[in-house]
Ligand binder design. Structure first.
Ligand SMILES: [Ca+2]
Length: 118
């Protein structure tokens, strides 16, 4: 891991960092893991160490990054249902740990759809 992952300042993407760099370094798995983390921090807001996704940021992440894996990412009610399901501590924010549950769920869907139906 020759690179450090610094949280993005309030949802903005810093120039000259991450995805392009990530694409050139490491295995596909290593790149994928870095992209999972980076994708959270590109949308998360809040102070360093406590960044999280509010519902608007969560919807942007779903719509921009996961619209081919999830349906209805444009539908506010559908997004709100996923948000409520993931928001384990009900603080109206999705922490990295709660986001990780979404990643786990999507990985399970991919696994069943693409690797266990053959
Ligand atoms: Ca939460």
């Amino acid at each position: 891991m020759g690179q450090s992952l610094q949280p993005e300042p309030s949802g903005e993407r810093s120039d000259g960092r991450k995805p392009a760099e990530l694409a050139e370094k490491g295995s596909a798995l290593e790149q994928g893991l870095c992209v999972i983390v980076d994708s959270f921090y590109r949308y998360a807001k809040g102070p360093p160490g406590a960044k999280a996704l509010d519902q608007a940021a969560f919807q942007h992440l779903l719509r921009n990054e996961l619209s081919r894996q999830l349906t209805n990412t444009e539908v506010q009610e559908a997004v709100a249902r996923i948000f409520a399901k993931l928001d384990a501590n009900q603080d109206q924010r999705i922490s990295f740990e709660e986001y990780w549950q979404l990643i786990t769920w999507i990985c399970q869907v991919i696994r069943h759809r693409d690797y266990e139906q053959q």
